[in-house]
Design a protein. Structure first.
Length: 338
């Protein structure tokens, strides 16, 4: 099928705001890196030239053949340095793709949530819990990762990363290190747990049921109930489970606990006390969204349902995606330009 651009990819507000879009063909060129012939276009309004490649996820990527290999390795608990040894590239290639894939999967998921029909009901309930990890130092720089999941589909709806204060008591050596960290960061490390959890509940409020009861399961942390009451008021049906309950299949929070187990199994930087732990929480968030894209849109929902993904059950996708399909097209901003 011949590609037809629907809008001009230039960043000019005047060009995007003007009604209508007309373009003309401006020849083609052959890419040296993969030999593909690419059609070139020109916008009749702003005279900006672009091509089919401008809309692809591997835009300006010199070795697109590495994308699939690196993507699959990053969701298979392989460290970045080991990936470079396995496929014969430098670490910068892996690091750049981690950022590109993470941001792309986040934007892809947000677009899928926006495009999901409001007439589709969210059957069943939702669950939220916080996974704890760290950046650089386990006691001085702990990190919280709130994750919101849809229970029937097992689809991860939202996840984010925030700071936690140091785990005390600290040894004299750790206290000295903490003083140096606080001096470098211009203040003590504060807890972002409440605002990051509130961010998850705001996403649920935006995409969830607009009327009727909203069923949410969490543990017994007090801030959850207050934030949920603020978001949903009398519509809230809140199931609270003691966090000390055995994490078996009978536990009401089994789904979110199982999701955390999968995250720790798939993301090397989340495996407890290992050399591949995140040095910066921003990169942890990129890696997290990369895995969410894989988990929701590419991986089968369970081994017993090999032809179905979590996104298909949740109404976010019509078929199971291949990694190349997930990463193929760029996501443009603002959303109206997509």
């Amino acid at each position: 099928m011949e590609f037809e651009p629907r809008f001009c990819p230039c960043k000019s507000p005047e060009c995007r705001a003007a009604p209508g879009f007309q373009y003309q063909h401006r020849g083609s060129f052959r890419r040296k890196c993969d030999g593909r012939t690419v059609q070139r276009f020109q916008c009749m309004r702003c005279r900006h030239t672009f091509s089919t490649q401008t809309f692809r996820g591997d835009f300006r990527v010199h070795k697109p053949a590495l994308d699939r290999k690196i993507f699959l390795a990053l969701v298979s608990k392989v460290s970045q340095r080991q990936i470079t040894r396995d496929i014969g590239c430098d670490r910068g290639s892996v690091a750049r793709r981690l950022e590109r894939f993470g941001k792309h999967c986040h934007d892809f998921h947000q677009l899928a949530l926006r495009q999901r029909s409001h007439s589709l009901a969210w059957e069943g309930g939702f669950q939220l819990d916080e996974l704890e990890t760290y950046e650089t130092d386990r006691r001085l720089k702990p990190v919280t990762v709130p994750v919101l999941v849809h229970r029937p589909s097992r689809c991860v709806l939202h996840a984010t990363v925030g700071t936690l204060p140091p785990r005390k008591p600290l040894s004299p050596a750790k206290q000295k290190q903490l003083a140096q960290i606080e001096a470098a960061e211009n203040g003590p490390r504060r807890s972002e747990s409440r605002e990051k959890v509130a961010e998850c509940f705001e996403v649920l409020k935006r995409i969830g049921p607009k009327s009727g009861p909203v069923h949410v399961g969490t543990d017994e942390k007090h801030t959850y109930r207050a934030l949920l009451k603020k978001a949903f008021g009398s519509r809230l049906v809140h199931q609270r489970t003691n966090s000390k309950e055995p994490r078996t299949f009978k536990n009401p929070l089994f789904l979110v606990n199982h999701t955390f187990a999968m995250l720790r199994d798939g993301l090397g930087r989340l495996v407890r006390r290992n050399w591949g732990a995140s040095k910066e929480r921003e990169k942890l968030e990129w890696h997290l969204w990369l895995y969410i894209g894989w988990r929701n849109y590419v991986r089968p929902i369970t081994n017993k349902r090999p032809q179905e993904t979590a996104a298909m059950v949740a109404g976010l996708a019509v078929h199971m995606l291949e990694p190349c399909e997930l990463l193929q097209w760029r996501i443009f901003h603002p959303p109206g330009a997509q």
